[in-house]
Design a protein. Sequence first.
Length: 105
Amino acid sequence: MNENEQKQQGLQIELAPDKAQGEYANFAIITHSSSEFIVDFARMLPGLPKAQVRSRVILAPEHAKRLLGALQENIMRYEHQFGQIKMPEQQQAPRTIAPFGKGEA
């Protein structure tokens, strides 16, 4: 949903100052049950033994599918404006979004 659509619907979103800075994550783990999707956003840094989960988002399946659509739409807009996003070759489990390509760390 773009900004104009949000204004037309009267949607108001409050962004608290402590959340406005965001949380850097370069690793995500997605799991699911019959009733929810869980996305753990983590930060993995070279030389450190494990990733630290920085945020967990729990979504109903319908909202997970809406998020997928919104991400696809925004990626298409981004690539139209800035060019194709190039992905390094990775051999990771399909549920994991890893920050480093093969041989990097």
